[in-house]
Design a protein around this ligand. Structure first.
Ligand code: TXA
Ligand code: MG
Length: 324
């Protein structure tokens, strides 16, 4: 693992590395982030593997230029106001994601919303410009640990799992960005952060709501107060049958590994080589594609719990759960 001082050379290297699918820890004005190309499912899967997240949490998508936002998300009048006042800076907006967006569904954990932020740190902006892709970047800590405010914190948490850390010294703010749902007319604070409720009120003239169902936990992640309550988690229209070892009439098959049972209907294989990282990269996209075939049920082959398998199985169990 290399800790590189932030300069023109390391910025260009980091940008190239991200564009080629690598993981790089980058400084922002809030905390260090673990950055990867958000349009590359395998690179995004690498973030989840490195963080050791037990489930797929949606990631914040970082861009350098507000002109990149309309291709990724539906910009509401409220969002426009907030963007003009607080970007670049420590604010993340939740907006409706565009179906045509280049962002891989794994980065959004299959949600139809997207969290977007333009950081103000000059090194972060320079790396985003060099990478030329939207960048998924959660805080660069292992799951359950506190957010890192120095390059050394990142190194302590990850060791060689993260090959490159760009070091721009301690972060200025040390607390994560404020997450605001700006899809409606009233701003809803999902995670308190560096932009305060008073800041939001001053700029919009509106009293923000604070999401009641989502509680902030000490490591800066938002956590639904009951499983599945980060609602609108994508559930396919089709029924989902888990641990399938055969394929029945009216079923599409979501396969894993080489021992694919005989099937007449549509089939997609998450990973012919039985690699859970590759499977994670395909999971949400393939669920959507099979759902779009119109078959009544998606049969899913058993997936082992190793690596990202645990997160995949958690997600599949939710997709298979009875609907309200
Ligand atoms: O300051 C920050 O925001 C830092 C720096 C690196 O930019 N990033 C950060 O990311 O704190 P992370 O992954 O540690 O926290 C992002 C939070 C998670 O709790 C996630 O659940 C929430 O944002 N989130 C992401 N997309 C969401 C969505 N579509 N709807 C609701 N919450 C979302
Ligand atoms: Mg975090």
């Amino acid at each position: 693992m290399a800790i590189l001082k932030a300069d023109q050379d390391s910025i260009e290297r980091a940008g190239r590395y991200i564009a080629h699918g690598g993981l790089v820890a980058i400084p922002t004005e809030t905390v260090y982030g673990l950055a990867a190309d958000a349009s590359n499912g395998l690179a995004v899967a690498g973030i989840y593997t490195a963080k050791g997240r037990p489930v797929f949490n949606p990631l914040i998508i970082h861009v350098a230029d507000p002109r990149a936002v309309p291709a990724l998300a539906v910009v509401t009048p409220l969002a426009e106001k907030l963007m003009a006042a607080f970007w670049p800076g420590p604010m993340t907006l939740i907006l409706a994601s565009r179906p045509s967006s280049v962002v891989d569904p794994l980065a959004l954990a299959g949600l139809d919303t997207i969290a977007i932020r333009i950081p103000s740190h000059p090194v972060a902006l320079a790396i985003l410009r060099a990478a030329r892709v939207p960048v998924a970047a959660p805080s660069a800590n292992r799951s359950g640990r506190v957010s890192p405010t120095t390059a050394q914190h990142v190194a302590d948490d990850f060791g060689d799992v993260v090959p490159m850390i760009v070091d721009a010294g301690p972060t200025e703010l040390g607390v994560e960005s404020t997450i605001i749902d700006a899809r409606g007319e009233i701003p809803v604070i999902l995670r308190p952060g560096a932009i305060t409720r008073a800041d939001i009120e001053r700029v919009t003239g509106l009293t923000p709501e604070v999401a009641s169902k989502i509680v902030a936990v000490e490591n800066g992640d938002t956590k639904p107060d009951a499983p599945g309550q980060l609602a609108s988690h994508y559930a396919p229209r089709a029924a989902v049958r888990l641990d399938a070892t055969d394929v029945r009439a009216g079923e599409a098959l979501l396969a894993f590994g080489q021992d694919v049972p005989p099937h007449d209907g549509p089939m997609l294989n998450l990973s012919p080589s039985a690699d859970t990282t590759e499977a994670a990269a395909h999971l949400f996209g393939y669920l959507r594609d099979l759902d779009a075939t119109g078959m009544a049920t998606i049969a899913v082959m058993p997936i082992p719990d190793d690596g990202l398998g645990e997160a995949i199985n958690d997600r599949l169990r939710r997709a298979a759960a009875p609907r309200a």
